[in-house]
Ligand binder design. Structure first.
Ligand SMILES: NC(=O)c1ccc[n+]([C@@H]2O[C@H](COP(=O)([O-])OP(=O)(O)OC[C@H]3O[C@@H](n4cnc5c(N)ncnc54)[C@H](OP(=O)(O)O)[C@@H]3O)[C@@H](O)[C@H]2O)c1
Length: 311
């Protein structure tokens, strides 16, 4: 099969488009014919070797841990899916990814794709949606009427987080650069803070939850906009428990695993019109290196999707 693989850690020139063996199936695996995958910052972070002490990858490695496609074949222990089913997944990051014509994914990590959107749109959703869901709901317990500040509202995670928080009935503030303010409002944000023109910490206040998707100074400044007892939940740098305690606030950190239950609930929300994918750019598999370079700029709008093959 055709795949985009790396044979060593390094820059995007390490990505080779080449022939790779079809994935071998374990008993509980589903072989998915990939229609589309999407780029997440973790892809190029892994390519650069940032996660090597945490996950010891064998080379060559296929990146891309979002997939939407069609079931080609199932292992003997698989019960929920059959050939021809349209599915989507955020598969196990410890195995080969989806920048390829086929991927083997555990049945437990797969959900039926939302029926009302294309595979390209569906491929943009799993990783960022599980991340936003676990951060806002599982960790921060965001409820209707609460106030949440979402950093990088125009990014992959932020664009879905805004929609999930709105669907929950929260009051949503989001940071974005001025040119993206209209887009962020259209996703449901009640207030957009132009983080380049203004220091968000002088504008936002009394937040029940801050969702930190940026880290560093942004996280440092986020403590001051929380109300007493509020929670700072991050997916970048682990917030200090000592600082949280000293300020009478709470700290949360999320690093996601596959979660098919969330994807099943999300599919229902998408089909009900409550959540819509936001795709900023689409590339072919041959341009996987360019797609990762676009993500690496840190300026992406919504998701960068890689189209692999016909549904
Ligand atoms: N822990 C986990 O499980 C997990 C899961 C998913 C993602 N992550 C991490 O979360 C981070 C965000 O991921 P992502 O997919 O959302 O990234 P992304 O799509 O690449 O984010 C790009 C967006 O960030 C905005 N941005 C950059 N700096 C900003 C700032 N200082 N304030 C506000 N907005 C800013 C940019 O807006 P402008 O162009 O307007 O500047 C752009 O729209 C990454 O570091 C990723 O690795 C972690």
């Amino acid at each position: 099969m055709k795949a985009a693989r790396i044979h060593a850690y390094g820059d995007a020139t390490e990505i080779r488009i080449e022939d790779a063996p079809l994935p071998a199936l374990n008993d509980d695996d589903v072989l998915i014919r990939v229609v589309a995958t999407s780029v997440n910052p973790v892809d190029w972070k892994i390519r650069k070797g940032y996660l090597r002490s945490f996950i010891p990858y064998d080379m060559p490695l296929i990146m891309g841990w979002d997939v939407s496609g069609v079931v080609e074949k199932t292992g003997p222990a698989v019960t929920r899916f059959k050939p021809g089913d349209a599915v989507y997944s955020r598969p196990d990051i410890r195995r080969n990814g989806a920048y390829a014509e086929y991927i083997a994914v555990r049945e437990s990590e797969i959900a039926f794709k939302p029926a009302t959107i294309s595979h390209v749109e569906a491929a943009s959703l799993p990783l960022v949606s599980i991340t936003a869901w676990e951060s806002l709901f599982t960790t921060a317990n965001l409820t209707a009427g609460q106030r949440v500040l979402i950093h990088a509202g125009a990014g992959g995670v932020g664009s879905i987080a805004i929609q999930l928080a709105k669907a929950k009935g929260a009051h949503v503030s989001a940071t974005a650069s001025a040119s993206k303010a209209g887009l962020v409002k259209s996703l449901g944000a009640d207030e957009v803070i132009d983080y380049r023109a203004q220091d968000f910490s002088t504008v936002a206040r009394d937040m029940d939850v801050v969702f930190d998707t940026v880290g560093g100074e942004v996280q440092e400044k986020s403590w001051s906009v929380l109300k007493p007892g509020g929670m700072l939940v991050s997916i970048t740098d682990r917030p200090s428990e000592d600082r949280a305690k000293a300020e009478g606030k709470r700290a949360g950190f999320v690093f996601i695993d596959p979660n098919a239950a969330i994807l099943t609930e999300l599919a229902a929300m998408v089909d009900a019109g409550q959540v819509r994918p936001l795709i900023g750019a689409e590339y072919g598999l041959d341009a996987a290196a360019k797609a990762q370079e676009a993500s690496e700029t840190g300026r992406a709008t919504g998701k960068i999707v890689i189209y692999v093959g016909q549904p």
